[in-house]
Write a protein that binds this ligand. Structure first.
Ligand SMILES: [Zn+2]
Ligand SMILES: [Zn+2]
Length: 449
């Protein structure tokens, strides 16, 4: 039987109830022989549409995921939840009509059609695209003062339109978007909540994370997830040291392949996957719950295939079940491969690849040894053509090493006394295969200890 890792971690920390209280995640029931069979559900908990700065109308975006094999999504628009309150402003836009009385009795967000294309603009092409698929009745427009306004469907209407029991689920949420006065960005997702709150800015990323996390606890209580998003974006903006200092943060984006990468990486800088190991080496050495890694799309533009997602093992396609499973670490991040099984009995991590395409497969067990060098040095990076001025943290190569490699589709690794934790990365071998978080196609199990 699978031992759910974070339960073990939670119990180790200070008792399940107390640990669940600090984690921001709900406590889950232990697996038992009589528990219903659990299945893998594919989902994406980070995406955008015209409720903020994604290109398509909301129904187009939701339909894209439903039509592309996803079981669940969270339409996580920037700093807004899709309620039916009448409004004309949001993230990056404020376009009130010349005659507000024309909207008497109307609800939800209305966005003005832009004559020109460009980032975050609502263009006629997007309206036609949605109207063609869902009908002119579905895409409501109003012409006021010579300007065309389009109504964005609120979450509850999108749910009615797309949700099907056991087939497709929508989880409410939003992305809290902003940063420090010096421009460093700090974004987090609140998942399974129906109300946004004003961004909490501060001088340092760690302070924003800490205060935003605490505000979420006050407002939402339990039954929601908090994820630290794309720490590397735009350029080492959130440091592993910030996540080390905040063990209450249990989830981060390991793969946010939509926005991460548009810069010149520093040769000694950390990657998202190394960030994960840096944080977890510390947490394991200090007997704290480990940081879990999510795969997310953060999709703004809906052309081309998805770049990352998460696959969650749960008994039912229900928000509570999925959140419990994610909080328990029973999920993996993927950009193209799947695990058929992941099992950890407290000592041995055993994984099996779900082979769907011919080719050589490899399993890499990654971890950090006790006695690793935890020291942090800093490097000052001058402003360049593709990077801002930054001070970045540099860590030892003794963190996040390959403990064992299996050429094949099934493998296991038993923790040795000097191992702090172990996780599995699976890849399909090809001449183009890149190392680390850029491996593709690949998938990443959670860390176990
Ligand atoms: Zn973001
Ligand atoms: Zn985003």
């Amino acid at each position: 039987m699978l031992t759910r890792i974070s339960r073990r971690d939670f119990l180790k920390a200070s008792g399940a109830a107390a640990a669940a209280a600090v984690s921001g995640c709900r406590q889950f029931a232990p697996a038992s022989a009589s528990a219903p069979a659990r299945r893998w559900f594919k989902g994406n908990l980070h995406m955008h549409n015209q409720w903020s700065d994604g290109e398509p109308l909301p129904e187009w975006a939701v339909d894209w995921y439903k039509s592309n094999g996803y079981h669940f999504i969270c339409p996580s628009d920037h700093n807004i939840f899709q309620t039916d309150a009448l409004r004309f402003d949001g993230f990056g836009f404020n376009l009130p009509p010349s005659d507000p009385a024309a909207f008497k009795g109307e609800t939800s967000l209305w966005k003005m059609v832009s004559p020109a294309a460009g980032w975050a603009k609502l263009t006629r092409a997007r309206i036609d695209q949605a109207a063609e698929r869902f009908g002119r009745d579905s895409v409501r427009t109003l012409v006021v003062g010579g300007q065309t306004f389009v109504r964005m469907k609120p979450f509850a209407e999108l749910e009615k339109q797309f949700v099907e029991p056991d087939r497709f689920l929508m989880i409410p949420g939003f992305e809290q978007t902003g940063g420090c006065p010096d421009g460093r960005q700090v974004h987090v997702n609140f998942i399974n909540v129906r109300e946004a709150f004003p961004y909490i800015a501060a001088e340092q990323p760690g302070e924003i994370l800490e205060r935003t996390y605490a505000r979420g606890r006050e407002l939402y209580g339990r039954d929601y997830l908090f994820t630290a998003n794309h720490p590397l974006w735009r350029y080492y903006d959130v440091s592993p040291a910030d996540l080390i200092a905040l063990p209450q943060i249990r989830l981060f984006e390991l793969n946010n392949n939509e926005v991460t990468g548009g810069f010149d990486a520093h040769p000694r800088g950390w990657t998202p996957e190394r960030c994960w190991d840096i944080v977890n080496a510390h947490r394991a050495a200090h007997d704290q719950p480990l940081l879990l890694g999510m795969g997310c799309d953060d999709r703004h533009v809906y052309d081309g295939p998805a770049k990352a997602w998460s696959v969650v093992r749960a008994a039912n396609l229900r928000a509570g079940d999925l959140i419990d499973a994610i909080a328990a670490g029973d999920f993996y991040a993927s950009n193209g491969l799947d695990f058929a099984d992941i099992r950890f009995d407290g000592r041995t991590l055993a994984v099996r690849i779900d082979v769907r395409e011919e080719g050589a497969h490899r399993i890499q067990f990654v971890g950090t040894k006790r006695g690793y060098d935890p020291s942090r040095r800093t490097v000052d990076v001058a402003k360049g053509p593709r990077c801002p001025e930054r001070r970045i943290d540099v860590y030892s190569d003794s963190i996040g090493t390959t403990l064992a490699t299996v050429e094949g589709t099934e493998g296991a690794y038993t923790l040795k006394p000097d191992d702090l934790y172990v996780r599995a990365r699976i890849v399909r071998v090809s001449p183009e295969l890149q190392p680390d978080w850029k491996s593709r196609p690949a998938a990443w199990s959670q860390p176990y200890r």
